[in-house]
Design a binder for this molecule. Structure first.
Ligand SMILES: [Mg+2]
Length: 373
């Protein structure tokens, strides 16, 4: 028991413009829309968390804001913020799904607990295996010439990992982009592929075999999230490692997926699992069955990216890096008081007590679409 109690809960919904439109197998995105949770204790400590849904993938900002403000709020006010697992277990009983709202809640509780104890979130969830993580940038512009310019400037920044969003135009365009990048940057570039469910299951294997000549590190989520048998069949048929993203959200999905070897890699996301600790449960199942993990994200602002960085610092084995580039390279502006720490192509895990990243009140006011208090 601590001597602190949760006194106030506020939800800010934000719409942050992007520098460019990104195209995916599952649609176009041109901004970052999130709900920020602000929890304050009777002792004056404030914890922050972020829910970053994508309607075609996980849920909506409105639904998650309501989950936090209407459904979970009555069960949080007056509670001890360091009782994280009991509060999260209760949240699971109060409202089904809404993993993004639960990720925001867990993050805000961990942020407060870290400030009380003087420990960063990575330390609170088990300790840090690393202080920096190689960062991958996603190439998803329908105009490849613009992407080539972006890649050149990111290359100068030290970024060496690039993930091509494929399956939103034709197959020849995907092959052309891979061929161009492999020819231009040689073996120094790490190329990854993400179909975002964009391939037809009946013909996916042939498409993926065509890409293998360009030696991608992995191919992510080629088929629809519910086509799990097809995903497992693809994994068994091709040589390139296959990553499950949309098909594996939480520990239950991970366990069922591991039993059928649905993929060689799971994309870990706090927005799918419902928080850092649930994502670590997914990572534990993956580790026990020889499945690799990767630091994935949604369209996130820097609060969620910081939570993801703490998660990936606490994962024992990490070969493939993370993709926490949104607040640095995709958002028109970072909303944090200090920019989310990306330097020389590496994400640096915050070291301050708690989350280590705080929103700037002026930017909150500028990008806010609603405040629920
Ligand atoms: Mg993905």
């Amino acid at each position: 028991m601590s001597s602190h109690k949760i006194e106030t809960l506020r939800v800010h919904t934000l719409s942050i413009p992007a520098k460019a439109t990104h195209s995916h197998g599952s649609g176009n995105v041109s901004g970052i829309n999130v709900a920020l949770l602000e929890l304050t204790t009777d002792t004056g400590i404030t914890g922050w968390g972020e829910a970053s849904p994508w309607p075609v993938f996980t849920g909506t900002v409105e639904g998650n804001a309501a989950a936090l403000h209407i459904h979970l709020r009555p069960h949080l006010i007056g509670q001890d913020p360091i009782q994280i697992e009991p509060l999260m277990t209760r949240a699971d009983k109060i409202i089904v799904d809404h993993p993004e709202a639960k990720a925001a809640l867990e993050c805000a509780l961990l942020d407060i607990t870290g400030q009380i104890t003087g420990l960063s979130i990575a330390e609170l969830v088990g300790g840090r295996h690393r202080d920096e993580i190689p960062m991958s940038f996603s190439i998803a512009n329908p105009d490849f010439e613009v992407d080539l310019e972006d890649i050149a400037s990111l290359w100068a920044d030290g970024v060496r990992l690039f993930k091509l969003k494929t399956g939103f135009a034709d197959h020849a365009f995907d092959l052309h982009r891979l061929e161009t990048l492999r020819a231009k940057y040689g073996d120094e570039i790490g190329l990854r592929i993400d179909y975002n469910q964009g391939l037809p299951a009946y013909d996916a294997i042939r498409h993926i075999r065509d890409l293998e000549a360009f030696r991608p590190d992995f191919v992510e989520q080629p088929v629809k999230m519910h086509e799990r048998e097809a995903l497992a069949a693809i994994t068994h048929a091709v040589d390139v490692p296959i990553m499950a993203d949309e098909s594996v959200f939480n520990p239950r999905d991970a366990l069922l997926g591991a039993q059928s070897r649905i993929a060689d890699i799971f994309s870990l996301k706090i927005m799918k699992a419902g928080g850092i600790r649930r994502a670590l449960e997914v990572a534990a199942i993956a580790r026990a069955t020889g499945i690799e993990v990767y630091g994935g994200c949604m369209f996130e602002a820097s609060i969620a990216h910081a939570a993801g960085a703490h998660l990936m610092a606490a994962v024992p084995d990490l070969q493939l890096g993370c993709e926490f580039y949104m607040s640095t390279y995709y958002a028109a502006e970072d909303i944090a008081t200090e920019p989310f720490p990306v330097r020389n192509g590496m994400v640096h895990v915050p070291t301050a007590p708690g989350l280590g990243v705080t929103p700037d009140p002026e930017k909150l006011a500028r990008f806010r679409t609603a405040l629920m208090e």
